[in-house]
Design a protein around this ligand. Structure first.
Ligand SMILES: *Cc1c(COP(=O)(O)O)cnc(C)c1O
Length: 380
């Protein structure tokens, strides 16, 4: 067993009981027994999304759900407003283009987020915008967007409100119905803390109206088929799903239920606070402003005089702690500490103990224990 601690914004550390759950027998996916599991897991997903609408499971990582959210609602040249402040915002634009949508970009500087006012202005400017995509937690920059406030704006327009909660659902506040979200989705390997390979999506009545009017080009991700098969007796998926991973997600969702979502979000917020405090104590600087910094992943500037590969390489090779790097123009400039899923003081104490030793080794004149001390104080 590799004991490397994953302090990543996915994949995250999977609990032993979840690993045990996926070791169960594979069953027929066209059977009552599978129907029961599928019904239960999709119900639990809707509860976690906080929606009265049905949820669906897709076999494919979070990007499959991103693609489904666009592919099912876009006809050629339909205008989609893509809010972009990092890698995942860009990906939703790229998917829009891949399905021949007319992508209208609302760009914000990486490390900042969009304001509801900017959204309102963009929607006022063009009444033909069919949908808007927002990434709740822009994992590439460690920034959270105000999805509740944006929802209050979008509600007054015809546009569908699509929100990517891949790196936030189960770690930050998400309330699909209250925020007026039409399409929301997540992945298995982030805050849910199940293994990678599956995603879940939920769609509103308004979304289904649009979907029914679109002649979609997607085959595997055609949500009409998922709806039809999901309503069957027994409920099924159109194609063979990863039955094994569904067992894992089931167990992971049970863990979330046992903890309670409010406790879980609070645990993530505390971990974020502890991470920021630990980093500051080691002389590290936060990449985004603290007010918009994510509850599930913290992006930090790589200090001058050290390279990304020295920093993360030492953490990985000497201390068996895996951290994430920066992407695109942030590569080499920032690194990211994921604290999503099963992260508590224990993992953060190990991480900051290792980070202190790493920086000391790399020649920084610091108190190597200052980070872990600050983390400890954050939990008192
Ligand atoms: C991880 C992630 C995704 C999906 O990525 P996959 O690697 O396909 O699971 C989408 N959006 C955000 C914000 C993410 O963090």
């Amino acid at each position: 067993m590799d004991e490397t601690l994953l302090m990543l914004p996915g994949p995250t550390n999977v609990a032993p009981r979840v690993l045990q759950a996926i070791a169960k027998n594979v069953v027929n996916h066209r059977s009552a027994i599978f129907g029961e599991i599928y019904t239960e897991v999709t119900k639990m997903m809707s509860e976690l999304f906080k929606t009265q609408n049905k949820s669906y499971l897709l076999t494919g990582s979070g990007t499959a759900a991103m693609e489904a959210s666009i592919a099912n609602i876009v006809n050629k040249n339909d205008k989609i407003l893509n809010v972009i402040g990092g890698k995942f915002g860009e990906r939703l634009r790229d998917i829009t283009l891949a399905y021949d949508g007319d992508a209208k970009e609302l760009n914000v500087e990486w490390g900042t987020t969009v304001s509801p006012k900017q959204i309102k202005e963009a929607l006022d400017e063009d009444e033909n915008i069919k949908a808007i995509t927002v990434v709740h937690n822009e994992t590439s920059t460690g920034v959270a967007a105000p999805i509740e406030e944006i929802g209050k704006v979008v509600k007054d327009y015809n546009a569908l409100y699509i929100v990517d909660t891949v790196s936030s659902l189960g770690g930050d506040h998400v309330d699909v119905d209250k925020y007026n979200i039409d399409i929301c989705f997540t992945g298995s390997q982030k805050c849910l803390a199940a293994p990678p390979g599956m995603s879940a999506i939920t769609l509103s009545e308004d979304a289904w109206k649009v979907i029914d009017s679109v002649n979609s080009n997607t085959y595997y991700l055609d949500m009409k088929k998922y709806k039809k098969f999901g309503a069957g007796t027994p409920p099924e998926t159109p194609y063979t799903p990863s039955i094994t991973l569904i067992y894992g997600i089931h167990e992971a969702l049970k863990m979330i239920e046992e903890e309670g979502i409010d406790n879980r979000v609070l645990r993530h917020e505390t971990a974020a606070e502890a991470t920021i405090n630990g980093a500051k104590a080691l002389g590290l600087e936060l990449f985004p402003k603290k007010e918009v910094s994510s509850a599930t992943v913290t992006a930090l500037k790589i200090p001058e005089g050290v390279s990304d590969s020295d920093l993360r390489g030492t953490m990985r090779n000497q201390y068996k702690v895996e951290l994430a790097g920066g992407q695109d123009h942030l590569k080499g400039n920032i690194f990211r500490i994921g604290h999503m899923g099963n992260i508590n003081y224990k993992q953060l104490a190990i991480t900051f103990s290792a980070l202190g030793m790493t920086l000391k080794k790399l020649g920084f004149d610091i108190d190597a224990g200052a980070g872990v001390s600050a983390v400890t104080k954050s939990y008192l």
